[in-house]
Design a protein around this ligand. Structure first.
Ligand code: SAM
Length: 300
């Protein structure tokens, strides 16, 4: 088909129509995303992929999908470009106090036990895995800070990790639109958030200091020097992964849990996974496990 005269004068990235992507090329992109992040991209998400690729290809003036694939998969500039692209191809939907039941479970099944326990001083180490733009780790920090307000010998720290550098930067900046804090209880919002302008709030610096953002790809967990954790919160992340990979990641996260520590997932996110060192915690509308303490009997 002859190319219209006007189109001939335009650079390809200026085309107003989205170029089609054939099945082979779609498959190549699907495989790249799965190999590098574990995320499965079903056919139903093809439009999502194309929209985001085109938007980025326009920015870097890449002439077509194949050329852009070559750019992303080659050399150190490809690695840098991938960092930008991965942020566009991952879903960062989140909000403060997104899963109130999970926070209540953490309070009732872990923090209260720490308060009542004898071992003090004690520092609770928590990890928000796939933390996106920071709302989840800050919610966890708010919960722990408030719970420990009158307990001078109890401390805490939160590690917040994600594959997307851009999302992590938003977390470090800690400035959020007010619509993202709708679920935060009023007393908590008053204590830990302060206004920036009519529409935005920021996390107070005392709380901000307790959350450490770091880039960790869940596919590279074995190479990550994370310490042993009291609480691991991993919600709305593994749903994008294949079942076998999901199970491998869960097995690995379990090795990072202290005896007695808890692993909190999203309710209904994982089916059929069990671990010989974990007991299911029965708590309303949640999915969570406790690592057996070394001297506990197997609870069958
Ligand atoms: C939907 S958000 C979940 C945010 C938060 N956990 C929550 O429940 O509100 C999913 C996050 O998982 C991250 N993610 C996806 N694949 C990942 C990987 N291989 N390693 C680390 N993080 C990943 C994405 O970048 C995204 O920020």
């Amino acid at each position: 088909m002859a190319i219209p005269e006007q189109a001939q004068m335009q650079a390809p990235w200026e085309y107003t129509e989205t170029p089609p992507m054939d099945d082979l090329l779609f498959q190549q992109w699907v495989e790249l995303l799965e190999k590098r992040t574990g995320i499965l991209l079903p056919e139903s998400r093809k439009t999502f992929l194309i929209t985001n690729l085109i938007s980025r290809m326009r920015e870097v003036k890449s002439p077509d999908y194949q050329a852009y694939l070559h750019l992303v998969t080659n050399g150190s500039s490809g690695q840098v470009e991938w960092e930008t692209l991965v942020d566009r191809l991952t879903v960062h939907e989140t909000r403060f106090y997104r899963d109130n039941n999970a926070l209540n479970l953490i309070h009732d099944n872990y923090l209260k036990e720490i308060i009542d326990g004898k071992e003090k001083p004690y520092t609770v180490h928590a990890w928000s895995v796939g933390c996106a733009t920071g709302e989840e780790p800050y919610s966890l920090a708010m919960l722990m800070d408030y719970t420990f307000l009158n307990h001078n010998e109890l401390y805490y720290g939160v590690t917040a990790s994600d594959v997307s550098r851009a999302a992590l930067q938003t977390g470090r900046d800690a400035i959020y639109h007010k619509r993202r804090i709708k679920n935060v209880p009023e007393h908590i919002a008053k204590t830990y958030l302060e206004p920036v302008d009519e529409e935005h709030v920021q996390v107070r610096s005392t709380l901000k200091q307790k959350v450490c953002f770091t880039q960790i790809n869940l596919l590279d967990l074995a190479q990550q020097p994370t310490g042993m954790m009291d609480i691991i919160l991993c919600q709305n992340v593994l749903i994008y992964f294949k079942r076998e990979l999901r199970n491998l990641i869960l097995d690995h996260l379990t090795t990072r849990l202290k005896p007695g520590g808890i692993l909190v997932l999203g309710a209904g996110e994982v089916f059929g996974w069990t671990h010989p060192e974990l007991d299911l915690i029965n708590y309303e509308s949640t999915l969570a496990f406790k690592r057996r303490a070394e001297n506990d009997e197997v609870n069958k």
